[in-house]
Write a protein that binds this ligand. Structure first.
Ligand code: DP6
Length: 329
C-alpha cells in the first residue's frame, strides 16, 4: 500500500504549447523532450491512511495544487478497480530550485503516477503511467521514461492515445549536455497553463504554431538518431522562438523574455560564429537552457555567467522514473 519513486524533470526540445482539452490535458500538437539528470523529485504514496494528506517540498498543499494530486490518485483507484484503497498520504521532495524554471511539476507528477500505481498494487506499465502523469501536468507524461521521449498528441477524445513513448534512451547520446542558466529567480507572472490558454484563444499565429511544431517532431527524431548537435540546436532555437512568437502575438501579449535573456541569446550567437557549439531553448520563463556537448559545457557555463547568470546547473541525459526501497515517511 506504500511506494516511493524518483523521477527526473525534462526539457522540451519541441515544446508543448496549448490544449485541445483542458480537463484531460490533451495537447494540440506532439512534443519531444530530454529527461534531465541529476535533478530529481522523490515522492512517496501510501493508501489506507485515515485522511488524505499532501505535502510538497515541506509545505501542506492547498487549493488547486492539492486538487491536482488527489484527482490523479482518484484515477489510480479507478485503474485498480478498488474503492477500498482508502485515503492517501503523499509526500514529495525535489532537489532543485523552483527558480530553475524547469517545471518540478513534471518530475513530481511522473513520480506520483508511478508511485500511486505501485502503491495500489498495479504492475509497471509506462503507457498507463504516462497517461496518469499527463492528468497532473501535460509535460509530466514525458518524465516517466528517460532519454528522449515523444508525447504523441493522439486523436481520441478520451485521451487514451495521448501519452509519451521513449524514442532513445539516455545511453544513446551520453555526451549531450543541457546547461540551465538562471538569470532571474523570481516567480513568473503568467504560469504555463494560463499562458498557453491565452495563446490558443487569442494568438492569430496559433494554427501555424501547431502545424509547424508537429512537423518538427520527426525532424528532431532524425537529428537525435544521428547525434547531429548543430541540426538539433538550430531546431531547438527555431521551435523556442516560434512558441514565444505565438505568445507575443496573444492579446494581451505574453513576453517571457527579459533583458538578460535577450542578452544571453545574442552572446551565444556571437560565440557560435567563433566556433562554440552552443544553442538555447526557452520555456515559459526568462531562464534559457543551453544545448551543447561535454567538450563545451564549461564554455557554455562561462557564457551564461558572463551574461549575469546567478546560478548554472549542468545536466546530462537522465534515466527512467524508478521505484526506491527507502520511503520519505
Ligand atoms: C513551455 O506541462 O507545465 O514547458 O499541462 O498546464 O500543467 P500543464 O502545463 P505544463 O507546460 C509546459 C510548457 C512548456 C513546454 C513543454 O514542457 O513542452
Amino acid at each position: 500500500m506504500k511506494a516511493t519513486v524518483l523521477a527526473h524533470p525534462n526539457i522540451a526540445l519541441v515544446k508543448y504549447w496549448g490544449k485541445r482539452d483542458d480537463a484531460l490535458i490533451l495537447p494540440h500538437q506532439s512534443s519531444l523532450s530530454l529527461t534531465l539528470s541529476p535533478l530529481s523529485v522523490t515522492t512517496t504514496v501510501e493508501f489506507g491512511v485515515p485522511t488524505d494528506a499532501v505535502e510538497l517540498n515541506g509545505h501542506v498543499a492547498k487549493g488547486s495544487e492539492r486538487e491536482r494530486v488527489l484527482r490523479l490518485l482518484e484515477s489510480v483507484r479507478a485503474q485498480a478497480g478498488d474503492k477500498s484503497l482508502g485515503p492517501a498520504k503523499v509526500v514529495s521532495r525535489g532537489d532543485f530550485p523552483m527558480a530553475a524554471g524547469l517545471a518540478s511539476s513534471a518530475a513530481g507528477f511522473a513520480a506520483l503516477a508511478v508511485a500511486g500505481r505501485a502503491a495500489a498494487g498495479l504492475p509497471r506499465d509506462t503507457k498507463a503511467e504516462s497517461i496518469l502523469a499527463r492528468l497532473g501536468s501535460g509535460s509530466a507524461c514525458r518524465s516517466v521514461q528517460g532519454g528522449f521521449c515523444e508525447w504523441q498528441r493522439g486523436e481520441r477524445p478520451d485521451g487514451d492515445d495521448s501519452f509519451a513513448v521513449q524514442r532513445f534512451d539516455a545511453a544513446h547520446w551520453p555526451e549531450l549536455r543541457m546547461v540551465v542558466a538562471i538569470l532571474d529567480r523570481g516567480e513568473k507572472d503568467v504560469k504555463s497553463r494560463d499562458g498557453m490558454k491565452q495563446a490558443v484563444e487569442t494568438s492569430p499565429y496559433y494554427a501555424a504554431w501547431v502545424k509547424d511544431a508537429e512537423a518538427e517532431v520527426p525532424r528532431a527524431r532524425e537529428y537525435i538518431a544521428r547525434r547531429d548537435l548543430q541540426a538539433l540546436g538550430e531546431m531547438c532555437e527555431r521551435n523556442a522562438w516560434r512558441m514565444h512568437s505565438t505568445s507575443l502575438a496573444a492579446d494581451p501579449p505574453l513576453c517571457y523574455l527579459n533583458a538578460a535573456t535577450v542578452g544571453l541569446i545574442h552572446h551565444l550567437r556571437e560565440h557560435r560564429k567563433k566556433g562554440v557549439p552552443v544553442w538555447f531553448t526557452l520555456d515559459a520563463g526568462p531562464n534559457p537552457v543551453l544545448l551543447t556537448d561535454a567538450a563545451n559545457e564549461v564554455a557554455a557555463e562561462a557564457l551564461a555567467r558572463a551574461c549575469g547568470a546567478l546560478d548554472v546547473i549542468r545536466c546530462v541525459p537522465g534515466g527512467d522514473a524508478t521505484l526506491k526501497s527507502e520511503h520519505l515517511f
